[in-house]
Every structure is written in C-alpha cells, then in structure tokens.
Design a protein around this ligand. Structure first.
Ligand SMILES: Cc1cc2nc3c(=O)[nH]c(=O)nc-3n(C[C@H](O)[C@H](O)[C@H](O)COP(=O)(O)O)c2cc1C
Length: 208
C-alpha cells in the first residue's frame, strides 16, 4: 500500500525526529523521542537502544504510533520522563498525542538485535532494528512537517563560523569539534542540499 508521507515532510532520503507513543500490557501510555526512517510504500523503520520502555512495549504489543510534531516541550518532557495523561487522546488501547500535526500507526514485522556502528555511543549496549508496516496515516495539520535536525546542525556551524575569527584558540577548537560532529550527523540523516552546504562551510573553516 502507498502512503503520501511527502505531505508531512517525509521522504526516503532523510531521517526524522518524532515522538513514539506506545502502551504497555496494563494500558499505561509512554512517549519517547525516536528517529524515523521511511523506506517507501508502507515500509518504515527505527533503531532503538536496549533498555528503553518504548522498545519493551513494542516487543510486547507489536505496535507503535509515530507522532509528527515540532513542539519543544513535547520533545523535552518525553526525553526526561514521559508525557502526562492530558497530552493523549482518550483511546484506551493506543497512545496518540492529542495535538500531533499527524500520526502514523505502525505494525511491527521484524525486530533484529545488533551492535551499533557509526554512532558516538561507546558501550556494549545492543540496538534493535525495528521494521514496520504502516497501517494508517492520520493528518490533522499538514503544515506540521516531520523534523530533520540536519539544518539545525548546519545553522549552528554557520553561526559559529561568523565568530570564528574573534574567539580564542580553545573556542576555535570547540567549534571545529562541532563541525566534525555535525558533518557526521548530516552525512547520516540530512538531505543532499544540507550535505553540500556542510561541505562548503567545512572548507571555509579549514581555510581560516
Ligand atoms: C531527538 C531525539 C531522538 C532520539 N532518537 C532515538 C532513537 O532513534 N533511538 C533510541 O534508542 N533513542 C533515541 N533517543 C533517546 C530516547 O528518546 C531516550 O533514550 C528516551 O529516554 C527513551 O525513553 P523510553 O525509555 O520511555 O522509551 C532520542 C532522543 C532525542 C531527544
């Protein structure tokens, strides 16, 4: 089946930051910020580290909801804890954010345990690659697009570059570290334009 995810800013090239909502076997709702990769058609995927409540719920129920939002408080509260009940719709068997611009209901088809590669995380934790099939996409507001953090990383490098000549050596080294990390991140999740822009600004840093 085909879904028009372009409408909510999702293509197969990039990776997006979304809020995943799940329920446990007692009906308790949970939320967490997790990345999303779209493979086209009804195929969707994510990678979740061992130990998260989201992973546990997905393993038990085989279902999750991807909420598309750009609300900073929803991202923050979901990351440090979980969202209070008033953020959810009244659905009993599914956790859905009331104010999400849109949401995607996903059924899990495959879960594979692996060890992380190409991430800055330096321990022995497993990561679980979760493949799912989209059951439905509900769009409440197509002005709310899925968030891709490539542009945030690029803008950070541009702002730092505008100060590069007037800061001390320690700060310059810190800015260069941010260039290296943002280049890595954009290489993995950004679109072509952001990747090209990152190469341009990196060359400028190297000249100065
Ligand atoms: C923007 C953002 C994206 C994230 N993406 C992922 C991800 O793709 N996979 C993952 O395992 N953790 C990711 N995290 C970290 C989880 O959100 C975090 O570990 C969270 O505490 C898990 O909550 P849970 O135990 O309720 O599932 C991300 C965090 C943020 C802020």
């Amino acid at each position: 089946m085909n879904f028009d995810l372009e409408k909510i800013g999702i293509n197969t090239e990039e990776r997006y930051e979304c809020i995943y909502t799940t329920v446990d076997d007692k009906g308790n709702k949970n939320s967490a910020a997790i990345g999303l990769k779209y493979f086209g058609g009804d195929n969707i995927g994510c990678r979740i580290f061992e130990g998260s409540k989201t992973l546990e719920n997905i393993q038990k129920t085989g279902k999750y909801v991807v909420n598309i939002t750009q609300d900073p408080l929803v991202f923050t509260k979901s990351t440090i804890s979980k969202l209070p009940d008033e953020y959810y719709t009244n659905d009993k068997d599914m956790a859905i954010l009331k104010d999400a611009g849109s949401y995607i209901i996903v059924n899990v088809v495959d879960i594979q345990e692996t060890k992380p590669e190409n991430t800055p995380i330096d321990n022995d934790q497993s990561i679980f690659l979760i493949k799912g099939k989209i059951e439905d996409v509900i769009i409440n507001d197509d002005n709310v697009k899925a968030f891709n953090r490539g542009l945030s990383g690029l803008i950070e490098c541009l702002v730092n570059f505008s100060r590069y000549q007037i800061v001390d050596d320690d700060k310059r080294a810190a800015y260069m570290d941010r260039v290296i990390e943002n280049e890595r991140m954009i290489g993995r999740i950004g679109d072509k334009q952001t990747k090209d822009a990152m190469q341009i600004i990196k060359r400028e840093y190297e000249k100065n």
